[in-house]
Design a binder for this molecule. Structure first.
Ligand SMILES: [Zn+2]
Length: 425
């Protein structure tokens, strides 16, 4: 009997050895990025498993609570609260500055942080970092729904798995600079978004992401086949069969584009919002966008931690944080620094009726981040003579002083751009 048990143990041990050998051989062929993608897919599969057939409705905040990492209140972000002089003297696509010109600027303005579109070129070769000045880098500029001038390339490689679609199923050039919008519900684009931080996380003390608050639904997009299948999964994960039947939602037959088209025939835009399925569809887009946002921020934090670098502070454009877009306000609790590019049309003397927005952004940003985070904003205080942004002409002292005073009084910090540099006067 003993020998039989011994024999069995031997076979078991050998089997384990063979299998572990196979596993080692298989994993040895994978790159670090591939391993990470597999690990994340497994993690998501476990979460999906928990939801199969469930009628447990989860809010966006409940979903992100499961993935939010421990670095969201990292002591590595403390420096951001002490920034006073916050500058973005150049842009990515501006001609590069010489070292002498950069040094002259640093000597003159003594910035505490180089931000927005300025970091990637200004800090090349770690020029700023080596001199103790934090600077940013950007997350796939324009990012999740906007490839900017890369439109031509995205169509060739991501037309069916990445580029967003309109209600009628067509593509639309709807982004900045006439680019195509991208869909974070498509696996290929989401995969690229997750990979990006692994390379970029170590290049900046902060990470900047434009158009961070832009949910596809708000742009009349979000109707690709991945949105369709993702929405069907969402409905089945969150509602029981009886509830789905009440909504006349049959997963095997449902098609998002034709459903919306058929409802438009009989419902007004206001009535559309009351339709229970469309109501859930809008919720699905917001909830997924929030999940995507925290997922990307997690990757920055974790990639830097793995590489032994300080955890970079993430911030994205929260247009509407002054109260007009509740989703932008809620993002204040998910980022490391609250930030918004405030449109010049919200400033005097262009539209005095909405001057209050520029005060509210500081107050709401501070409160929505529980007074724990730095609140930064960017305004284009003056154009060169009559060039964009219009309104102030050559005089930029008054609007710059006004914006700075307002920010300081309300506990925030402005970022001064190239527009406010003497060279642009
Ligand atoms: Zn989509």
């Amino acid at each position: 009997m003993r020998n039989i048990i011994k024999g069995l143990l031997l076979v078991l041990t050998m089997t384990m050895f063979v299998f572990s050998g196979c596993e080692k051989k298989a994993t040895a062929k994978l790159t670090e990025i591939e391993k990470e993608i597999i690990k994340r897919a497994q993690k998501q599969a476990v979460q999906l498993d928990k939801n199969v057939g469930g009628t447990q409705w989860s809010s966006g905040l409940e979903r992100i609570a499961k993935i939010k990492d421990e670095h969201f209140e990292s002591p590595d972000h403390e420096w951001a609260k002490w920034v006073v002089v916050n500058n973005a003297p150049s842009r990515i696509h501006f001609p590069p500055w010489s070292d002498a010109k950069i040094q002259d600027y640093l000597d003159k303005y003594v910035p505490d942080h180089i931000g927005e579109w300025g970091g990637p070129s200004f800090n090349r070769g770690d020029y700023c970092r080596m001199r103790g000045i934090p600077s940013n880098t950007t997350h796939e500029y324009g990012s999740n729904e906007d490839l900017n001038e890369l439109g031509g390339h995205s169509m060739g490689t991501m037309a069916d798995n990445g580029v967003a679609r309109k209600e009628d199923g067509s593509f639309a050039n709807g982004g900045w600079a006439g680019s195509y919008l991208m869909c974070q519900n498509s696996p290929k684009w989401h995969g690229l978004q997750i990979q990006s931080p692994m390379r970029q996380a170590v290049y900046g003390e902060s990470i900047f992401h434009d158009k961070f608050e832009t949910v596809l639904r708000g742009l009349s997009q979000g109707f690709c086949k991945w949105c369709n299948s993702g929405f069907k999964d969402y409905m089945q994960d969150n509602f029981g069969r009886g509830e789905l039947a009440e909504m006349n939602f049959e997963p095997s037959e449902f098609d998002l584009v034709s459903y919306v088209a058929s409802k438009r025939k009989s419902l007004s835009p206001a009535e559309m919002l009351e339709d229970p399925v469309i109501h859930e569809y809008i919720r699905f887009q917001y909830s997924n966008h929030l999940y995507w946002a925290v997922d990307v921020i997690d990757q920055y934090h974790q990639s830097a931690a793995k590489a032994g670098f300080p955890i970079p502070a993430f911030y994205g454009n929260q247009s509407g944080v002054w109260g007009s877009l509740p989703y932008a306000v809620s993002l204040s609790d998910q980022v490391d620094i609250v930030w918004v590019e405030q449109a010049h049309s919200f400033q005097r003397p262009l539209d005095s009726d909405v001057q209050a927005f520029s005060t509210l952004l500081w107050k709401i940003g501070r409160a929505a981040s529980h007074y724990k985070k730095a609140v930064w904003a960017l305004e284009y205080q003056a154009g060169r003579k009559e060039s964009w942004p219009m309104g102030f002409g050559a005089d930029k002292k008054y609007p710059t002083a006004l914006a700075n005073a307002e920010a300081t009084a309300d506990g925030g910090v402005h970022c001064q751009t190239w527009v406010a540099a003497p060279s642009n006067n």
